[in-house]
Design a binder for this molecule. Structure first.
Ligand code: NAI
Ligand SMILES: CCCCCC(=O)/C=C/[C@H]1C=CC(=O)[C@@H]1CCCCCCC(=O)O
Length: 143
């Protein structure tokens, strides 16, 4: 945000943070990972409504993909369940099977939509094989 800001020579722009569905919905396999992702989601939403962002025309949004076919995912799906709680690879595989796996192209297309649609700000973009791309907020009630 510092370098995008008008007072430091920037022209504003769009920041897209990468969180995960694990930061929105609870799952039994990755509590610590999920907490870090929930933090990224909330930080994005707070900065998106900040005066600093508004003043410099900076948009911030956060992507929350479900599983994506990347080297990290393949390592996990191939049996490195040591990184998940319980280390039960059968349960992890059943979970992956139920959720489905996105391609990196799916995620890139979603990213381009956020970058090009200048109306998007402070939003969460959920990406999953079965539901496609869904924008939302988490606002419960304004106080
Ligand atoms: N793969 C999945 O199923 C999902 C991944 N994510 C998130 O997407 C992001 C990317 O994940 P993957 O592509 O799956 O991981 P990955 O491990 O396959 O790729 C990560 C890439 O980041 C690079 N990298 C690591 N530290 C870096 C640094 N300090 N500076 C520059 N590059 C660095 C690595 O060299 C690697 O190329 C992560 O934040 C992950 O939590 C979110 C949802 C699902
Ligand atoms: C519906 C849940 C979708 C979760 C999508 C996601 O972010 C998956 C990421 C996994 C891909 C490869 C990994 O290694 C990631 C999971 C890492 C779990 C780490 C668990 C440790 C902990 O939280 O204690």
């Amino acid at each position: 945000m510092y370098y995008l800001s008008v007072e430091h020579g920037g022209r504003g722009g769009c920041i897209v943070n990468v969180a995960s569905m694990a930061g929105l919905n609870p799952n039994p396999f990755s509590p610590v990972y999920g907490c870090t992702k929930a933090g990224i989601i909330h930080a994005t939403r707070c900065y998106a409504v900040s005066e600093a962002a508004k003043k410099s025309n900076i948009r911030l949004n956060v992507m929350c993909p479900a599983f994506v076919d990347t080297p990290m995912f393949r390592q996990m799906a191939a049996g490195d369940a040591s990184q998940t709680i319980g280390g039960d690879q059968t349960a992890v595989n059943a979970f992956i099977e139920r959720i489905g796996v996105l391609s990196t192209e799916d995620v890139s297309a979603a990213l381009i939509d956020i970058l090009t649609d200048e109306t998007r700000n402070g939003l969460i973009l959920r990406c999953a094989k079965k539901t496609g791309n869904v924008y939302s907020t988490l606002t419960v009630q304004d106080v």
